[in-house]
Design a protein around this ligand. Structure first.
Ligand code: HEM
Length: 149
């Protein structure tokens, strides 16, 4: 076999190897890359929501609105909602966003305060920044319902 031919065979082999490895890589990293996995599945999300609740209580911009709420129910329902929105195997069974928030006259400042606290809670739980952004992006479509626009 001439040198050119051998080189051609070698590069064909290398290309096949690269394709194979590339294929395996995408098969392997798909679940790890999913937003739900990156958030630490339902348990990780539940921890984030718990820390979010502590931050809400401390935050003078929004804590008045949350006075008297059922903390356990809020924790369960928001965890299910974020689990579902991140592609996890959960189903949110609480009331509609618009119906829930319609009497609260929530301002932009208050909406942003909640998003800010959610980011802080994710930060505290070592959620990668990319995953934080992806979760926030999933919440954007809820904005008009929560603001009652
Ligand atoms: C991205 C933003 C938000 C999301 C995803 C969200 C999500 C939720 C969810 C899933 C519930 C149901 C919990 C339950 O069943 O108890 C809920 C309830 C509630 N939300 Fe929001 N919310 C957001 C923004 C806000 C803001 C900005 C405020 C006020 C400043 C607020 C105040 C409340 C209150 C007080 C409840 C309890 C209502 C009740 O028990 O009747 N939310 N929210």
């Amino acid at each position: 076999m001439g040198l050119t031919n051998r080189c051609a065979t070698l590069s064909a082999l290398l290309m096949m190897l690269a394709l194979l490895l590339g294929g395996c890589q995408s098969l392997n990293t798909e679940p790890e890359n999913s937003l739900y996995q990156q958030l630490g599945e339902r348990e990780g999300i539940a921890n984030v929501v718990e820390d979010l609740l502590y931050l809400i209580v401390e935050d003078e911009r929004i804590n008045q609105q949350f006075k008297g709420m059922d903390v356990a129910q809020f924790h369960r329902n928001l965890t299910d909602q974020l689990c579902e929105l991140s592609g996890g195997p959960c189903a949110y069974t609480g009331r509609e966003m618009r119906e829930l928030h319609s009497d609260m006259a929530i301002t932009d400042t208050q909406f942003n305060a909640l998003a800010e606290n959610l980011i802080l809670a994710m930060e505290k739980n070592d959620i990668p920044t990319g995953a934080q952004n992806r979760l926030i992006k999933q919440l954007v479509p809820l904005y008009p319902d929560i603001r009652n626009l």
